[in-house]
Design a protein around this ligand. Structure first.
Ligand code: ADP
Ligand code: MG
Length: 683
């Protein structure tokens, strides 16, 4: 019985009376496809006309309803002067004012000496209350039609608001009592609400726009649990039995001995964790978390060497062409022609592409670097044993799940990320993975000096920059936009390039996402080989690129970026042994908040600390990296308001972890559209 009831809400909306082809098409645009989506489309505001006020109690600026007696109608018959209906109740007078209204119509609507109900925005003009062009004016018999609390829903064009409201109301009214997946005691103990209660209140009261109401919190709790559940199931699917890998670390030790530095103890520890996983009989699904510059790449390449020693192939994917190329070049250097190494991106074409595909198939290629292109259908490895993905925050849970399928059961998976994640979010984002942390930076790293300057004073910078160029130091110059925009008052890379190029001809290069690979590569090569000193760019340089000779970064419109992103950007400099400097340029005077934020950046070089602080100051939505990191999975939960619920859900999950396949949880997964991610219907 309960199953049938629950299934009701998972039906297509077309099953509802009043929803035909056309309307369902429009609703689909708002992602309303199943009946449950109507439940999840909460009213974002309401107009409460339900209370009828006396004139001496009305408030200017509010939409309110009054019951008044019509005294006199005034029709000035002059252009631009409105028609006026003078009304009163026992407590005062009010004018109802109409622009562009026919006399006959108004006389019918407002019979003199009759009581009427009027609802609209209250204003005050020439010492008198007035309502201009009221939303409703009607006789007392029709009062009920006006005096309601009307909910407003976010809809798209083509959907009639009244119609949608009536459908939504009907669904809520017909909603069967659904067996709650949470038990009563738990609900009571944690001040949540029962499921049906919760849905009802969200639509019938103003709870839907109050993230702290008990009903909203119940919804949030469910959403977080659905997320945790998805990750747990994903983990179960991925951590399956595999053939253990055997190696004696011959190749990796050889590489290690030739490195110009020693691994930090943190790097050693993480490498051991990975090696243990590779030798284990369960597939590895691990993420290395480490701040920018903590040396994740070398750790991953050393572990790759072990896998290759065991005669498996490796795929190494970067988020951008530039970054993947850099990893490829590094690998060529450290593997020193002992291995067959190739690079593949969407732009690799023709003969080269065919050759790579063949050599992957026959096992000649040991390790393949590249972008997303590595995971195209046509790319097949003979014996893929290891997938490494850098800067994984560009991938959500869905992609991770797809990826694991591609690899096959003997394929271990390693992700790397410099995105600092606040503690609350760890489980939500990485609940399906094992986590390794690189907690220290190489000893030779100097803290980057961070300064701020108003853009007006940019001229003071030129002598300093000239000096840097003469010293053969290199400079990043970051702008938010590629080209000038009519809409945004931000600096563009192209324009800035023109300006700097005039000042220091032949010393400046320009790079941005709009350039094709060969152009990008040419510019980067020039920068790496120090032919140019200044690289003007957009944030394409944000992730991972390693330029040991760059020691100055200038970031324009710095308040446009989140702290975490600024921290990532400045991590581009000071990677060699020179002192790194970061100059943040701001358009105008800084707000108090902005000053605080800069102070945090100046004082700390701990990306994780910075992220926590940024979270407190700017709110969650602004943190770069998070948005892409799968956090979009949350429609209702917000770590700023619902920290305690994240903790509660974590505890709850710890207790139920052995029962996650219970049918009752499928309801949750379906309700929040997680089912398809983990294919609960196909398993
Ligand atoms: P990230 O963790 O940001 O990806 P990288 O792996 O790019 O950092 O490393 C940054 C730089 O630090 C590289 O030039 C790398 O060669 C160097 N590096 C890595 N490990 C060490 C170490 N233990 N000591 C000194 N330099 C190191
Ligand atoms: Mg990196």
């Amino acid at each position: 019985m309960s199953l049938i009831k629950k299934d009701f809400i998972f039906n297509d909306i077309k099953k509802l009376k009043g929803i035909g082809q056309q309307l369902s098409k429009y609703l689909k645009k708002r992602k309303i496809e199943k009946i449950k989506d109507i439940l999840l489309n909460l009213p974002y505001s309401e107009t409460d006309r339900s209370e009828v006020f006396n004139i001496n109690k009305i408030e200017i600026g509010k939409v309110q309803t009054v019951k008044v007696l019509v005294k006199k109608l005034v029709f000035p018959r002059l252009r631009n002067l409105p028609n006026k209906i003078i009304c009163q109740d026992e407590t005062g007078e009010i004018d109802i004012v109409y622009f562009n209204s026919r006399e006959g119509y108004l006389r019918k609507l407002f019979p003199v000496n009759k009581w009427v109900i009027i609802s609209g925005k209250i204003s005050f003009f020439k010492n008198k209350f007035q309502i201009t062009n009221p939303d409703y004016a009607t006789s007392l018999e029709n009062q009920d039609y006006v005096t309601q609390n009307i909910k407003k829903y976010k809809l798209t064009k083509g959907i009639n608001e009244k119609k949608y409201r009536s459908i939504s109301e009907q669904v809520i009214k017909d909603l069967p009592e659904i067996d709650d997946w949470l038990d009563k005691n738990f609900i009571q103990k944690n001040h949540l609400l029962g499921w049906n209660d919760c849905i009802n209140r969200l639509h019938k009261t103003s709870d839907g726009k109050d993230h702290n109401s008990n009903s909203f919190r119940r919804l949030v709790f469910d959403e977080i649990c659905a997320n945790f559940l998805t990750l747990s199931k994903n983990r179960k699917r991925i951590r399956i039995k595999k053939t253990k890998k055997y190696f004696e670390k011959k190749l990796s030790n050889e590489i290690l001995n030739k490195l110009p530095f020693k691994l930090t103890s943190s790097q050693k520890k993480v490498l051991e964790e990975i090696n243990n996983d590779l030798r284990n009989d369960k597939r590895m699904f691990r993420i290395i978390q480490g701040d920018v510059g903590s040396g994740k790449t070398i750790v991953s390449l050393l572990s790759a060497a072990n896998v290759i020693e065991n005669k498996y192939q490796c795929a190494f994917m970067g988020p951008t062409e530039i970054l993947a190329t850099q990893h490829y070049n590094l690998a060529k250097k450290i593997f020193n022609s002992k291995l067959k190494i190739e690079f593949l991106s969407g732009k690799t074409e023709g003969k080269k592409r065919k050759e790579i595909i063949d050599n992957l198939n026959n096992g000649k290629i040991d390790i393949l670097f590249g972008t997303h292109a590595l995971f195209q259908k046509k790319i097949n490895f003979k014996k893929l044993g290891y997938v490494i993905i850098d800067e994984q925050h560009k991938f959500g849970v869905k992609q991770r799940s797809d990826l694991a399928k591609k690899g096959g059961s003997n394929c271990d998976v390693l992700l790397m990320s410099a995105t600092p994640i606040p503690r609350t979010m760890m489980m939500s984002l990485y609940g399906d993975m094992d986590i390794s942390k690189i907690t220290e930076k190489p000893k030779n790293r100097k803290k980057i000096i961070t300064l701020s300057k108003p853009e007006k004073k940019i001229n003071e910078l030129w002598p300093y920059i000239k000096k840097q160029i003469n010293l053969k130091n290199q400079i990043f110059w970051v702008c938010p936009l590629i080209e000038e925009s009519n809409f945004l008052d931000y600096s563009s890379a192209k324009k800035k390039f023109d300006l700097i190029n005039k000042k220091f001809p032949k010393h400046v290069g320009l790079i941005h996402g709009g350039l094709d690979k060969s152009k990008k590569d040419a510019v980067l090569k020039n920068f790496l080989s120090k032919k140019i000193s200044v690289l003007v760019s957009t944030t394409v340089i944000e992730v991972g690129i390693d330029f040991p000779n760059a020691n100055l970064i200038i970031i324009e419109n710095a308040n446009k970026f989140g702290l975490a992103q600024l921290h990532q950007l400045r991590g581009r400099v000071g990677r060699g042994d020179k002192q790194g400097v970061c100059i943040l340029l701001f358009k105008d005077g800084l707000s108090k908040n902005a000053v605080k934020r800069i102070k945090i950046l100046k004082d700390s070089d701990d990306g994780f600390f910075i992220a926590e602080e940024d979270l407190k100051l700017r709110g969650f939505g602004d943190l770069t990296g998070f948005q892409q990191s799968g956090i979009k999975n949350f429609r209702f939960a917000n770590p700023i308001y619902h920290n305690d619920l994240f903790e509660l859900a974590e505890k709850y999950f710890y207790e139920i972890q052995h029962n996650i396949n219970d049918e009752k949880y499928n309801f949750l997964l379906k309700f929040f559209d997680k089912a398809e991610i983990i294919n609960i219907n196909n398993d």
